[in-house]
Ligand binder design. Structure first.
Ligand code: GLV
Length: 323
């Protein structure tokens, strides 16, 4: 696969300027200038004839899309670490390689987890709204009392690349870190966090419960009513992974009834069409899937894909090749 302007790439979204410039210099790029999320049928038509398909988490690269593009398609690049929107098995069968963006977004996503923890615990949405609505009538000793992070136990579901960065940032707040993975990490990698061999064990000690695991089929709907009931009373839930790992009915009920103190969410089932009840909750600090949204991280994500393509063209296997 020699680098040559003859290699045709289809970019399903707009990327940062630096990434687009490099892509354009290396390949014959067709781009979805409207920057809308393309449904599979539209993607299969728009990307006809491409060798490289560059998508993001908003495009579902289904078996049908892969079959429609198979005559020319060589590599699918997704500007995301999560790959649940790409049918990896269909890609494997079609001999199409898949690249994603691990590592480079862990810092930015962990920062967002800290923002969500603080925003939920310290009632930042309510405070900001009070200012915006000109509804602040002065300081009082009991106004907007929240929870402080120091001394609280942070339970991380998934102490992986992102989870570890969350743990590193939470420890200096004076939080005690607990985690559940399928297997315990070797002590030198566990950052002093306490391992729980069951998620139930982790839930029981999580004053703040942070979902940082990839959305696998086994974890769909993970945080349901039964599991929320295992959390300490007044716990806080934070999700920087995927919305489909939460049972919306159960979480909304627990926030409405104040069984939970608050939640901080970056991701939603069916986003951007989240359950509309989320918009009505005072004790929800909600932001629109911004985990990796910094210029440096989106640049790094683009370049890890472009570097991966160059490695493939040299006949090497890049570290971010999944299939
Ligand atoms: C973001 O959610 C990603 O998977 O990169």
């Amino acid at each position: 696969m020699p680098t040559s302007p003859a290699i045709r790439a289809y970019a399903a979204r707009r990327f940062t300027q630096a990434v687009e410039q490099t892509m354009d210099a290396r390949y014959a790029v067709t781009r979805n200038m409207a920057d809308t999320a393309l449904a599979p049928e539209a993607l299969a038509v728009a990307a006809q004839g491409c060798e490289y398909l560059v998508v993001s988490l908003t495009e579902k690269v289904t078996a049908e899309v892969i079959a429609a593009l198979e005559p020319t398609l060589k590599v699918i690049c997704t500007l995301s670490v999560g790959v649940e929107h790409v049918d990896l098995e269909a890609a494997r069968k079609a001999g199409v390689k898949v690249l994603n963006t691990p590592d480079v977004l862990s810092d930015a996503t962990a920062e967002i987890a800290v923002l969500l923890m603080l925003g939920a615990a310290r009632r930042a949405a309510e405070g900001a709204r009070m200012i915006r609505d000109n509804a602040w009538h002065g300081w009082t000793p009991t106004q907007l009392l929240g929870q402080q992070l120091s001394g609280r136990r942070l339970g991380i579901l998934g102490l992986g690349r992102i989870g570890k960065e969350v743990a590193k940032r939470a420890a200096p707040f004076g939080m005690k870190i607990h985690y559940h993975n399928r297997r315990p990490l070797p002590p030198e990698e566990a950052l002093g966090a306490v391992y729980h061999d069951t998620s139930d064990g982790l839930l029981a000690v999580s004053d703040i419960f942070c979902i940082a695991a990839p959305s696998t089929p086994e974890l769909k709907g993970f945080l349901n009513a039964e599991r929320i009931a295992r959390l300490p009373k007044d716990a806080i839930v934070v999700n920087v992974a995927r919305g489909d790992m939460v049972d919306d009915d159960a979480l909304i009920e627990a926030l409405q009834s104040r069984r939970l103190f608050a939640a901080g969410l970056d991701v939603y089932r069916g986003e951007p069409n989240m359950d509309p009840r989320y918009r009505t909750l005072d004790n929800l600090f909600a932001i629109p899937h911004m985990g990796s949204a910094t210029v440096e991280t989106r640049d790094a994500m683009g370049f890890v894909l472009l570097d991966g393509l160059l490695a493939l063209e040299r006949g090497e296997t890049p570290h971010n090749q999944l299939v």
